[in-house]
Design a protein around this ligand. Structure first.
Ligand code: BGC
Length: 907
């Protein structure tokens, strides 16, 4: 640590200890480091003093000031400091050195996947040892296990950690294996190339006798052929010649052990493991999931080039199968080991058996990584040309946006269109939330629909196929319609665990989050957006309208009319804010008239009517007949659309639910001072013997979700139409009120707040957006990223740019723009697909340019900018001059007048 200088500044001695420990663990080149607390003057001093890395610590929203003073990175807690992360190129996430404290997090962020399968960026020689966690997951492959929790039997469904195909171990001569400590790694560098979807690694290895070996690895999970993955290893002995032992295999002995909180649960999902070696160098392993009986076959072919080699007796133990190869290596000369893998499961189509399918895929695959690379890169290039959102802002923002798009497309990409799987909240990147599907598609599908609508259709299909389970869930509560579960897995039943382990109190707490009945509202919202974007009436008749109608039916049944106020009320629910699952003293019983649920339910009831109107003359009669839609039901939906109750505080702020205003104020400053990160107030208060239900607080955006989804103007219109006297000021005041009372215990929360702030204060919106961006990169949720990325928040940050900063929304079939670019965001470019047109959008503070690609038979699109309608023909261009707005702009400020009429703007 000779050259490393540690200045803990005003973060105090605790920070110094953490930092010293971080530097000690990091085996990279020592750097001069300065850690400065939330004081820009100290940051500047560190910068001016020549520190190589200046770290700002902020807990009070002063990121911008710390950055302006010269902080290279701004974190909310010193424990987030990963000294090895390099952020110098907007397309590369690089890590130098090895740091056990951050390895799990790095593995999740360097996961490779293609929507069908995802494999964490774990080192091939590693196994689950508390630091490393190799994990591979297949979309939609779940299994149920029974565990004993507090003396009671509980059954849970989990995404399955399938056999680890990465296994590749080395040793020099007959010394101990690398995985057993026989080789020591130094100067390790890993680079994730986001443009090409390739993970590269370089390591300097030394054995106990001091012999050196340079190792370079690269791997991919093919975006072109979803069943294929590959790992290429190149070795070069330094100053010695001899035998290099290689173990290349498949580990089917893996269990689900990625999440510490689940340590008490049963974890072995794979049974009946069999292995075969049909050809030299080819190994195929099949495992069966115990309860769901899904067969997963993994076939691997290992090929050695540029060195003579001999195969020796395989090393097969405890479900772990490995071929053994002795490679004759020569000083200064490289040898290469290519491992190509095919994964096929019994859920796949066009196969005879999974084993045969995997072997066939392998037989059709090129022999090496290089052979797979060109088509894989081309597939990524096609995706980037559709999805790329180019920002002219600071370097980090673009890098993180690339990272988020990259992981979004790896979790739900083009191959999802052929699968029956939903939007897993944590991607195919880890086992957090047991791999379940929540309402997060509300944040994911808008992005998909805009760029690749067929994937949205497939993800909505996941819900449509589970309508049977949702109807049954409604019927069990004496209701009609469809009650979609809060957590969903294989067959659409409610998967929310009954209890949640509190790591603070070491107690199990009841989990009442399934009181959130609003998942169906998200499903219906997405269905309507998809229809708006594609105009596909055949799809609406077959799929979308059925979902919307069944959700409207559910809320119609939940609503009770109160003649005293002439309104319908919905009781017994929880909103997106899970910290209120009931009133004080009645946990779990739900609350009455959650504003988010009621307003969105009213919106959906209106859309049910609109869907039938949109189908008039098409398949409306068939739909009405198939679903048995009665006239009185339609009348009731129309009534609910106008008369569902929405609670307000005395001063006109929209209330989160009836009675929220009477709750106690939390002492936010005291809690922040005591606990630092107070995102998980539910755990903190429970450990104190208290309850979140008592306070005016929120885990995440709840009422503000309405502004996020509908936009201020549509929300105001809707509330007025529902008979509430609201003014344009209602929204900014409601936003201010909840901004002060939100703990951001979910990564989704800052996404929504940033989006909402874009309407009132673009500078704060940009600051909040930057905070939302780093949630996974800096692992700001207290170490949860190692259990998988937060997919909804990743997609949400992309959505903020298009929906909020560029101000792009759908209004019926029209594209509307209300740009709100923050000062620090100079320029944005992206492409949108709408009703058959491909439109390149380019926006800065002065003008909006829309260029439609020539495409046969795409009808004209109505584009509305600040209330003015224009028509965009395929192959034409529209350019609109924008007046400068600056930050702090108010809602509804008129923005533009068209610079050119649609007619004279032709190219
Ligand atoms: C949030 C939910 C979200 C879930 C999965 C929870 O922490 O409160 O809104 O759906 O995470 O991402």
């Amino acid at each position: 640590m000779d050259q490393t200088e540690i200045n803990a500044g005003s973060t105090g001695d605790g920070a110094r200890v953490v930092l010293e420990e971080a530097v000690r663990r990091l085996d990279a080149t020592p750097r001069r480091v300065a850690v400065i607390a939330a004081d820009p003057a100290l940051v500047r001093a560190g910068r001016d003093g020549g520190a190589r890395l200046v770290v700002g610590i902020e807990r009070t929203g002063r990121r911008a000031a710390l950055e302006a003073a010269g902080a290279d990175v701004v974190l909310t807690d010193v424990s987030q400091l990963d000294l090895g992360v390099l952020r110098c190129d907007p397309w590369t996430l690089a890590y130098e050195g090895f740091d056990p404290a951050h390895e799990g997090h790095r593995e999740a962020l360097t996961t490779l996947g293609n929507g069908y399968l995802g494999t964490r960026g774990a080192a091939p020689e590693s196994h689950d040892d508390g630091v490393h966690y190799p994990g591979t997951y297949l979309a939609g492959v779940y299994n149920r296990l029974t565990s004993t929790v507090q003396g009671r039997k509980v059954e849970d469904e989990h995404i399955v950690n399938v056999p680890n195909w990465l296994v590749l171990d080395l040793r020099i001569g007959d010394g101990p294996w690398w995985s057993e400590g026989g080789l020591t790694a130094a100067a390790e560098r890993r680079e994730l190339d986001l443009r090409r979807g390739v993970l590269e690694r370089e390591v300097q290895l030394t054995d106990t006798a001091g012999r050196g070996l340079r190792l370079a690895q690269r791997r991919l999970v093919s975006m072109h052929r979803p069943h294929l993955a590959a790992l290429e290893t190149t070795v070069a002995p330094q100053g010695w010649s001899g035998v290099l032992g290689v173990r290349s295999g498949i580990d089917a002995g893996v269990v689900n052990a990625n999440v510490t909180e689940y340590a008490g649960l049963a974890d072995r999902h794979l049974t009946e493991v069999t292995a075969r070696r049909p050809d030299p160098g080819v190994l195929v392993v099949q495992a069966l999931t115990g309860q769901s009986r899904i067969a997963v076959a993994t076939a691997a072919r290992t090929v050695v080039t540029d060195a003579t080699h001999t195969w020796s007796v395989p090393d097969d133990t405890d479900g772990r199968f490995a071929d053994r190869i002795d490679v004759d290596v020569v000083a200064g000369r490289s040898a290469r080991i290519d491992k190509t893998v095919a994964v096929v499961s019994s859920r796949d189509r066009a196969i005879s058996t999974p084993v045969q399918g995997a072997l066939d895929e392998l037989a059709r695959a090129p022999v090496d990584v290089a052979g797979l690379l060109a088509a894989h890169e081309a597939a990524w290039a096609r995706l980037w040309s559709r999805f790329h959102v180019r920002l002219h802002a600071d370097r980090d923002a673009q890098l993180v946006l690339h990272l988020h798009l990259f992981h979004l497309l790896q979790a739900v990409g083009p191959h999802s269109a052929d699968l029956d799987s939903g939007v897993p909240a944590r991607g195919l990147h880890g086992e957090g939330y047991r791999g379940h599907v929540f309402w997060d598609e509300l944040f994911v599908l808008p992005v998909m629909t805009m760029h690749m609508p067929e994937v949205s259709a497939a993800l909505i299909e996941y819900r449509w196929r589970r309508l049977g389970a949702a109807r049954q869930a409604a019927a069990q509560e004496g209701l009609t319609g469809a009650l979609f579960p809060w957590q969903s897995g294989s067959d659409g039943r409610e998967e929310t665990p009954a209890q949640l382990f509190n790591v603070r109190s070491r107690r199990w707490m009841p989990d009442h989050s399934s009181r959130q009945r609003h998942v169906g509202l998200a499903v219906a919202y997405n269905a309507w957006q998809y229809f708006g974007s594609t105009g596909d009436t055949a799809w609406l008749a077959r799929r979308g309208a059925e979902l919307i109608v069944e959700v409207a039916r559910l809320f119609s049944g939940l609503a009770e009319y109160d003649p005293d106020d002439g309104r319908f009320h919905i009781a017994g629910v929880a909103g997106p804010d899970e910290y209120h699952d009931g009133y004080p003293g009645a946990p779990g019983a739900g609350v009455r008239d959650n504003a988010y649920t009621n307003v969105l339910a009213a919106w959906v009831c209106r859309r049910a009517g609109d869907a039938l109107l949109a189908l008039a003359g098409h398949d409306c009669d068939e739909l009405v007949d198939r679903l048995g839609i009665r006239a009185d039901e339609q009348t009731r939906w129309a009534q609910l659309g106008r008369r569902l109750a929405v609670p307000f505080h005395a001063d006109g702020v929209i209330s989160q639910f009836d009675g929220y205003e009477a709750l106690a104020e939390l002492e936010w400053d005291r809690y922040r001072a005591t606990y630092g990160n107070i995102g998980r107030l539910d755990l903190i208060l429970e450990a104190e013997g208290d309850s979140t239900n008592r306070y005016k607080l929120a885990k995440q955006a709840d009422v503000l979700m309405l502004v996020y989804l509908l936009g201020p103007a549509q929300l105001i219109d809707l509330l007025r139409d529902m008979g509430h006297s609201v003014t344009p000021d209602t929204v900014p005041r409601t936003v201010r009120y909840y901004l002060q009372r939100t703990a951001h215990g979910s990564t989704l929360s800052r996404v929504v707040h940033a989006s909402v702030l874009a309407h009132t204060d673009t500078t704060r919106a940009w600051a909040m957006f930057r905070d939302a961006l780093v949630a996974d990169l800096d692992d700001t949720q207290g170490g949860t990223t190692r259990e998988g990325i937060h997919l909804g928040a990743m997609a949400g940050t992309i959505d903020i740019v298009t929906r909020s900063f560029a101000g792009l929304r759908l209004r019926d079939s029209a594209l509307t723009f209300d740009p709100r670019l923050p000062v620090d965001l100079h320029h944005v470019d992206f492409e949108v697909r709408h009703r058959g047109q491909r439109i390149a959008v380019s926006l800065d503070h002065e003008r909006l340019l829309l260029e439609s690609c020539p495409c046969a038979a795409a009808p004209p699109v109505t584009v509305t900018v600040a209330g003015r309608d224009m028509t965009l023909e395929e192959g034409h261009t529209l350019e609109v001059a924008l007046p400068r707005t600056g930050s702090g702009d108010l809602l509804g400020t008129p923005l533009v007048s068209p610079a050119t009429s649609p007619d004279d703007s032709d190219r």
